[in-house]
Write a protein that binds this ligand. Structure first.
Ligand code: SAM
Ligand code: SF4
Length: 325
């Protein structure tokens, strides 16, 4: 339990700050990797932290990044985490580019749910926004379906003037594949000015846009690993859509249940506040690991703020790709 009565049982593990795409909202232009050679946590170190977390009551884990699937040992990491006693759900967040090769091994390793970034169905816009190819992502989505994950969700960051006209098309794309689509407000976590507040498009505006075409009924069921989204069922298409109002929803943090681990070994109590606890020394000194790791996790829980600080002239210290979304 944190100081605000929230049960913290979800750990997001960023396994790299590097990526094979360059999304404008996540990775600064000319991004130089945050982690230096040798700074990335090893698979053993990541699993050791996850194991300690399970002993302290953590039950949900997600592998993220950067792009987690570019790590050659990602399937091994997933399998070892899934094998830990007490793990109830294991998810992966990905841009899907490497799913044609990795979906099946990840499923076999124990991964239950996959979250895939898909901000647009327009190949040109996709290229502009991410530097990547939409066709490759669609192939990755097909591979995830073929592998038979329990739940596949699509994540779309809302961007005025870039993809705000696409919310209906994305919702219908998800509905046709029985995949929940989550619309996420742009958080100020990419510091180089490629996007600014003029691109901000709120979840309320997205709901209004959708409601012009299809009625939204509050959903009675939520998908696996549902997180902070508010879910609605589209009456005509039957699709499930979620809205993550990270910036405008005043009660957004009330149900927060997570800590984050960065790829360079920092425990981060809140995405939208600075203040990290460094685990590297403890991990790299056997004499310290057993006592310091649990204490550090307890400390991170005790340090969780009531709310993020995105509205308080938040200064970006780490871009999203170096935190782990
Ligand atoms: N590479 C994977 C991917 O794209 O899904 C995992 C890492 S990515 C940082 C995780 C999630 O964070 C994605 O859904 C992405 O859209 C979201 N994200 C990144 N930067 C964001 C920002 N500035 N505001 C809101 N969401 C953001
Ligand atoms: Fe890479 Fe994901 Fe960030 Fe895009 S959102 S740059 S795919 S880590």
């Amino acid at each position: 339990m944190d100081p605000f009565g929230r049960t913290i049982d979800y750990l997001r593990l960023s396994v790299t700050d590097r990526c094979n795409e360059r999304c404008l909202y996540c990775m600064p232009e000319n991004y130089r990797p945050w982690t230096q050679r040798g700074d990335h946590l090893s698979a053993d170190e990541i699993v050791r932290i996850a194991a300690t977390a399970t002993e302290l009551g953590f039950r949900k884990f997600r592998l993220t990044g950067g792009e987690p699937l570019i790590r050659p040992d990602i399937v091994d990491i997933a399998r070892r985490i899934w094998d830990l006693a007490g793990v109830q759900t294991l998810g992966v967040s990905t841009n899907a580019l490497m799913l044609p090769r990795l979906a099946e091994p990840l499923k076999q390793a124990g991964v239950r749910s996959i979250n895939i970034s898909l901000d647009t169905l327009d190949p040109m816009v996709y290229q502009r926004l991410t530097g990547g190819r939409l066709a490759a992502v669609l192939a990755g989505i097909d591979a995830a379906v073929a592998a038979g994950f329990e739940c596949i969700k699509l994540n779309c960051v809302l961007l005025r003037g870039i993809n705000d006209e696409q919310v209906l098309a994305l919702a219908e794309f998800g509905a046709a594949r029985a995949m929940p689509v989550r619309f996420i407000e742009l958080m100020p976590l990419a510091p180089d000015g490629a996007l600014d507040e003029r691109h901000f498009f709120s979840v309320a505006e997205a709901m209004t846009r959708l409601a012009r075409h299809d009625a939204l009924d509050p959903a009675t069921t939520k998908p696996v690993g549902h997180g902070p989204a508010r879910y609605y069922r589209l009456r005509r298409s039957g699709g499930l859509v979620g809205f993550i109002g990270a910036v405008t929803c005043t009660d957004f943090c009330a149900s927060c249940n997570k800590l984050r681990l960065t790829a360079d070994g920092k425990l981060r109590p809140c995405l939208g506040r600075h203040g990290e606890i460094d685990l590297l020394d403890a991990l790299r000194c056997d004499a310290m690991t057993a006592s310091v790791l649990p204490a550090a996790i307890h400390q991170a829980i005790a340090n969780k703020p009531e709310k993020h600080a995105f509205a308080d002239e938040f200064e970006v210290a780490r871009p999203m790709t170096a935190i782990g979304g």
